[in-house]
Design a protein around this ligand. Structure first.
Ligand code: I3P
Length: 103
């Protein structure tokens, strides 16, 4: 599964992140990991040189308290970081959640 999602780093290693803007990233789910890229054509170069995020070390939360936008889910990493992801609509949100929770 892959596609664009807006991403905001809310908590970084248990602290409120200082870089709080939403970034539109091309997200690729593959083999239990998610990778982030600036565009769909260049998935050789990760956004910000970020390593792939292993989903087995994350929990996915869809009942989060973020109320400013609809269709947002959260990925919490083992080291205490939290990413918010904003999907385009409910179908897009559901597709991501299904793929993340079954991967
Ligand atoms: C952030 C940006 C985000 C906003 C965040 C701001 O500013 O406006 O959209 O999050 O608010 O800090 P900047 O682009 O200058 O980094 P929301 O969309 O969730 O409001 P926050 O600090 O309250 O998270």
């Amino acid at each position: 599964h892959e596609g664009f999602l807006f991403r905001k780093l809310d908590i970084e290693s248990q602290r409120k992140s200082s870089n709080r803007s939403w970034v539109n990233l091309y997200c690729v789910l593959s083999k239990g990991e998610i990778g982030f890229y600036k565009d769909a054509k260049n998935t050789a170069t990760p956004y910000n040189s970020e390593p792939m995020l292993s989903l087995s070390s994350c929990t996915c939360d869809i009942t989060n308290g973020y109320k400013k936008k609809k269709n947002v889910f959260t990925l919490k990493t083992k080291d205490g970081s939290e990413f918010l992801f904003h999907a385009k609509d409910e179908d897009d949100l559901k597709a991501w959640i299904t793929n993340i929770t079954t991967s």
